[in-house]
Design a protein around this ligand. Sequence first.
Ligand code: ZN
Length: 353
Amino acid sequence: MQNCLFFRDCLGGPMILRKRSKVFLALVVFIMTISFSSCKKPGDAVTNSSIDSANQQWMPIGMAASDDEVFFVRYPEFRLYRLKKGTFLAETYCQDPTCLHVTDKCAALGACNNLEYYNGTLYAADYDYDMLMSKDGRFTRVENIKGGFTHSGGKLYVCELKSNATLVYSEKMEMERVITEEVLGVWRYQIGHYLYGCNGATTNRIDLNEKDAKMETLFEGLGFTDGTYLYQIDFEKNDLYRRDLDGGNPEKLVDGAIAAFNFDKEYFYFRYIVNQDLDGEKCGEVYRMKKDGSGSPELIAVLPQSIQSVYTAPGEEWIYVRTQEGHWQDAPESMYAVRIDGSEVREITYSND
Ligand SMILES: [Zn+2]
């Protein structure tokens, strides 16, 4: 699909992935949903990136949330939906049932990638990874910004499509400079004067204060941060570790292969991988565990299909769980809202399919 282009260009995706066995690959791509939303600080976007196990690709599509709505892309149509928080009936962002969502007449303008809510505006990318921003319920194309993007620390960071370079833009979307021409990663998160990213093979950072700074690789495996710690899912066993922000002092938090990972302020959410089974009966079980490592993982919900991704939003009483029958492209998908303590599970339905 066209939207895989970003990963080839920006991550060297297939190149990275080809090094690994197929089973391993399936596990790696299945493993995690990354949230930088749950640790939102001023100047950061509310976004939820994820990995699309069906396509075995890193997919920074996910979900974004405003104060009163969540936005997500539904597969396999690659269509943008909106859902009022506390309700379970989603509607298409573009209300025209005959629209193909690719022309300038479309309110959603092909918005199907890289969802992000920042400073009152919903951002997305189209199939070609042109940046889009919403204005009065309609998306418009942003001139000259093309690539994977993240708002963090009051800046906009863009992984440029052709060069793989990471660029920094001001709030006004004026380009300031090329930070690095190495592949820092899809997910970029600024903490102090460091910019962090994970490129699918390693988790890295770069010192923004240094001109021509070299990228520093902190560890192998999938990494992400809540602004206080780095978290790592290792490639060997898919265990979860917590590390200091310099990558040191690893401490194992969850023993056992996990997938569809995310977190909020207090808890991790995930499912287990049992016998490398991507589709067995345990694959519908949602667990949560305290982020401080105390207590044991707690089963909070059992869903009827295999869990692909878990999304969180700041201060939300609900998490959103994407499930799929099987793991292959075009397999039917569903979305569930699960109360964070597991006391209620609601399937999301759609008003205007
Ligand atoms: Zn449309």
